[in-house]
Ligand binder design. Structure first.
Ligand SMILES: [Zn+2]
Length: 146
């Protein structure tokens, strides 16, 4: 059982020695392995994924060179996110679905800025990978324009 927020293992191989972390919108949980039962609309804030050094190299190439998302191979059980407290859900009469749009728009705007600055020497690979995964996943889910 993992109870802390800071020590999630690599989402691909379960290695606890991780080197890189990216944040993706909760909706992207649907694209992850074992993501189906998760009520992604009840996730508060972004979902973070950890990668070990060797998997990071693969993910980096996959995303930046092939233009593919690694999410389908990331186990959601190893992702880090906060679910909305139940009592908050109960207080909400309609049990309405929280709106994820604002967070998604912010992540997409940040991603667009990062991708636009891809050639800037100050732009790091990690940022670029994160930006592309955000774009690719929301495109796949029909939220963003390809
Ligand atoms: Zn790994």
């Amino acid at each position: 059982m993992y109870t802390g927020r800071t020590q999630q293992p690599c989402c691909l191989c379960d290695d606890h020695d991780t080197s890189h972390r990216i944040a993706v919108p909760p909706r992207a949980i649907q694209l992850m392995e074992n993501g189906d039962p998760i009520a992604w609309r009840d996730v508060v804030g972004a979902v973070t994924l950890e990668f070990c050094e060797s998997d990071w190299a693969v993910v980096r190439d996959l995303v930046l060179e092939t233009g593919m998302s690694p999410l389908s191979r990331c186990n959601v059980a190893r992702a880090d996110f906060d679910l909305r407290e139940d009592f908050e859900a109960l207080l909400n009469d309609t049990r309405g679905e929280p709106d994820q749009t604002e967070l998604e728009e912010r992540l997409l705007a940040e991603a667009a800025e990062t991708v636009a600055a891809a050639d800037d020497p100050m732009t790091e690979d990690r940022d670029l990978v994160e930006a592309r995964v955000v774009q690719l996943s929301l495109q796949e889910l029909g939220v963003a324009e390809p």
